[in-house]
Design a protein around this ligand. Structure first.
Ligand code: HEM
Length: 127
């Protein structure tokens, strides 16, 4: 029995277009842009590596950077519920843009949603 990996179902080309479409939105988002570097080239490169292995493809991220330890790597940044929501909405729009559909999208999105919740390390401040 041979289960198709999500990485294979989505394909490298679409995954790379998704990450580029995502960071274009991140770079313009008022809640996200302030905590990201101005030049998102390297961030996008690492995210392509990470999502490749997250979806069952080759371990590109770990080979270059070691264990992801995602929550620890996000610790220097204030990840609030508002920012997690913004991250997820940029991703949803990017999935629309590249035409990612059906169960592949739903499963991938559901996992990203949970991972984003797990990154939250700071409460929203009341204003
Ligand atoms: C890096 C923010 C969720 C994966 C980063 C960086 C920021 C950030 C500011 C540093 C960028 C840089 O210096 O290049 C956020 C926010 C999130 C979020 C606000 C909202 C919840 C996620 C999720 C994933 C993820 C859900 C994975 C599914 C990564 C990866 C890196 C990264 C792989 C690169 C780590 C490295 O430097 O090696 N994120 N992130 N992030 N993020 Fe997130």
């Amino acid at each position: 029995e041979n289960k198709t990996l999500p990485f294979e179902a989505i394909g490298e080309g679409t995954l790379h277009r998704l990450v580029d479409a995502f960071y274009r939105r991140v770079g313009m988002h008022p809640d996200l842009a302030p905590i990201f570097p101005d030049d998102l080239t390297e961030t996008a490169r690492k995210q392509k590596q990470f999502l490749t292995q997250y979806l069952g493809g080759p371990p590109l991220y770990t080979n270059e950077h070691g264990h992801p330890m995602l929550r620890a790597r996000h610790q220097p940044f204030e990840i609030t519920p508002t920012r997690a929501k913004a991250w997820i909405s940029c991703m949803s729009e990017a999935m629309d843009e590249v035409g990612l559909e059906s169960s592949v999208r739903e499963d991938f999105f559901a996992r990203l949603y949970l991972t984003a919740q797990h990154m939250i390390n700071t409460p929203d401040t009341e204003t």
